[in-house]
Design a protein around this ligand. Structure first.
Ligand SMILES: Nc1ncnc2c1ncn2[C@@H]1O[C@H](COP(=O)(O)OP(=O)(O)OP(=O)(O)O)[C@@H](O)[C@H]1O
Length: 358
């Protein structure tokens, strides 16, 4: 689905504004601080129901505003148009799809998918494991919507198991919680493993002609529980028994999907340690393009791509290759303070924000 229109009320720096877009997307050009990123954030908000930049809803309110509303119209050739409205007031959020209130934000994933690329994406390689987990959890749930509930269930079990480890517990209790923990962890691993395999195949094959560096990149999974991702619940339970004393001492679960990590490699070596800044940047952009292709392949939905000022740091070859890769395949919104970007994206609609009434 493509975004045809967005209306903003009291969202970040926008008091009341609306924008119309064509199916190709557009370049959002304007000086620093004029609201380019805020507009991309609003587009993403309508697609995932929360801030793509990890802002709390309260922080999205225009300074002094009591509520905000973002309304979008999505259209596609094959389906009837969809109207998505998200509003927030008094710590309550309301999602409506075609005027009908919807309780589950994850319902949005079935309407539209969005991928956000920003300069800070290098944190996927050099940032915290938590940042990586958040990214991959969202990416996996865009591909397989049931994953969200599988993960939530696992995190709930960890919470309950931790509460048990903080007090005296019986053998029956730990046996029962270990069983739930192991079968739920095996389920989470199954999704993550499936995703990882597809990403690695794509690094090797899908982009080898467009980005020659792609075949040198791979993604590894670093489980906190030193077992292969294909392990059965029985194998996990056996391993839990070996760390029971330590878990009892430290009063919390010491292993699990909530502590696992991902590692980027270049020719088998850790990118974090050995890759240049440019190589890290390219690797994460290829990862996002892979994410787009996988979404398209598995769900049949073409994602909307948001590029927030990523081109300033790239050489001409890679900038041009990204354009070639998008080449009208996806609707794309590109924010930049520099107009010279228009050379690469010739023919795209230009939305100038300078001097607009915000
Ligand atoms: N909740 C808010 N209410 C009102 N204004 C806000 C709010 N949050 C941020 N702003 C304002 O939005 C502006 C920043 O917008 P944004 O990050 O979208 O700019 P930008 O055009 O992407 O800038 P740059 O090119 O520097 O990245 C700042 O002037 C900031 O004060």
């Amino acid at each position: 689905m493509n975004l045809a229109k967005i209306e903003l009320e009291n969202f970040r720096s926008y008091r009341q504004n609306e924008f119309d877009f064509n199916p190709q997307g557009c370049l959002i050009i304007g000086p620093n601080g004029c609201g380019k990123t805020n507009l991309l954030e609003a587009i993403a908000y309508c697609s995932i129901g929360k801030s793509i930049r990890f802002h709390h809803d309260e922080e999205l309110l225009n300074f002094g505003g009591q509520f905000f509303r973002v309304q979008s119209l999505f259209i596609s050739d094959q389906q009837t148009p969809k109207k998505v409205s998200l509003s927030y007031a008094d710590q309550h959020k309301l999602l409506k799809i075609d005027e009908l209130p919807i309780r589950q934000l994850s319902s949005l994933f079935e309407v539209v998918k969005v991928i956000y690329c920003a300069p800070e994406d290098h944190l996927l390689i050099s940032g915290s494991p938590r940042f990586r987990r958040q990214y991959f959890d969202l990416a996996i749930s865009q591909l397989y919507p049931p994953y969200i509930n599988v993960l939530r269930h696992f995190l709930h079990i960890v919470q309950q198991r931790n509460a048990m480890l903080k007090r005296n517990y019986s053998r029956a209790e730990i046996t029962s919680w270990n069983l739930s923990f192991a079968s739920s962890l095996a389920e989470v691993w199954n999704y993550r493993n499936r995703y990882l395999k597809q990403v690695n195949t794509a690094f090797q094959e899908t982009f080898k002609d467009i980005f020659p560096a792609s075949t040198a990149i791979s993604l590894a999974y670093i489980p906190s529980l030193k077992l292969p991702l294909e392990s059965s619940p029985e194998e996990i339970i056996k391993h839990l028994a070996t760390i029971e004393e330590r878990e009892k001492l430290l009063q919390r679960s010491l292993v699990g999907a909530h502590l696992d990590d991902y590692e980027f490699k270049l020719k088998g070596r850790k990118m974090l340690t050995y890759a240049s800044q440019g190589q890290k940047r390219i690797a994460v952009i290829i990862l996002k393009l892979i994410q787009a292709r996988l979404i398209e392949k598995v769900t049949g939905i073409k994602p909307i791509m948001l590029f927030d000022d990523i081109f300033a740091e790239l050489d001409t070859f890679h900038s041009q290759q990204i354009r070639n890769c998008i080449n009208n395949r996806y609707q794309v919104f590109i924010a930049s303070p520099k107009e010279d970007l228009c050379n690469i994206w010739q023919g795209y609609q230009i939305q100038k924000l300078e001097g607009m009434d915000k």
